[in-house]
Design a binder for this molecule. Structure first.
Ligand SMILES: [Zn+2]
Length: 268
């Protein structure tokens, strides 16, 4: 399903599937200055193709390689649309790794790139490194309009679940960097336009720092990862169970413990 919403100069392409609705999950791409930011997931391909037939784009900017953001890059490339993305993101789209069954069911599997897309950059839209959610993660910053497109850098203040190898400490640094930009408007890929966005970004950074501290305190007491999870974050919820632990509270704890000695894990 694809719903088109207007926010002044920004168009929101909001997408979901019947399965993603069950876990209260949706994804949005945005169009600003004639540029599409992210491409949604493979299962919404036909709806996106219909929208593309009625609209002209200058190019595409991609925040990261996850299939709910980069799932239709091949569709755009085949239409001759240039694509701006980090080298690491391109490498992951070229040779996609295996994804969990819940992601395949929710979003579908992206087709491989048939050729390298024509590079794209826009003078007013900065693709800015914002690692943490993944190591290739970027945001799009429109400085002149004080508008930020966060991809998956926010998602929610108290997001208690993580993919394997997310780097929660890097997320805090990224959030502090985004707060310093003082964006007047923030458009999140899963939450839509944020109200009072700087306060929300700051609140997430603070909650993450407190939670990382609580996890470290548990580790200092000699608790196991499951004990720490149950004490700090609570038991796994529906998403953790439905994803067979791929998007889980346990991963959140593991991320903090894995980066404790200063050795950053390889992000996906
Ligand atoms: Zn993602």
């Amino acid at each position: 399903m694809l719903q088109v919403l207007r926010h002044d100069d920004v168009t929101q392409l909001r997408a979901w599937t019947r399965v993603s609705r069950l876990i209260d999950y949706e994804v949005s791409a945005y169009v600003v200055r004639g540029v599409l930011i992210d491409t949604l997931f493979p299962r919404v391909r036909d709806d996106l193709a219909a929208w593309l037939r009625a609209h002209r784009l200058e190019g595409v900017l991609l925040t990261h390689a996850h299939e709910d953001h980069a799932g239709n890059v091949e569709l755009l490339r085949a239409r001759g649309c240039p694509v701006g993305l980090a080298d690491a993101t391109l490498a992951r789209i070229r040779v996609p790794g295996p994804i969990g069954m819940y992601r395949r069911i929710c979003w579908g599997t992206a087709p491989p790139l048939a050729a390298t897309p024509t590079p794209f950059a826009h003078a007013a839209l900065q693709l800015r490194p914002a690692p943490g959610h993944t190591s290739d993660h970027h945001v799009v910053w429109d400085e002149a309009r004080e508008t930020l497109f966060t991809g998956d850098a926010f998602i929610g203040v108290k997001l208690r679940i993580a993919h394997p190898r997310e780097d929660l400490r890097a997320q805090v640094r990224t959030l502090r960097d985004l707060v310093a930009l003082r964006p007047a408007r923030v458009f999140d890929a899963h939450r839509g336009p944020l109200r009072d966005p700087v306060a929300l970004l700051r609140a997430k950074a603070e909650w993450l720092e407190e939670t990382i501290g609580a996890i470290e305190a548990g580790a200092d007491r000699g608790w196991s990862a499951d004990q720490i999870r149950n004490h700090v974050l609570g038991r796994e919820d529906m998403t953790g169970i439905a994803s067979a632990g791929d998007y889980s509270k346990r991963n959140f704890v593991e991320s903090v413990l894995a980066t404790r000695a200063g050795a950053a894990p390889a992000s996906t």
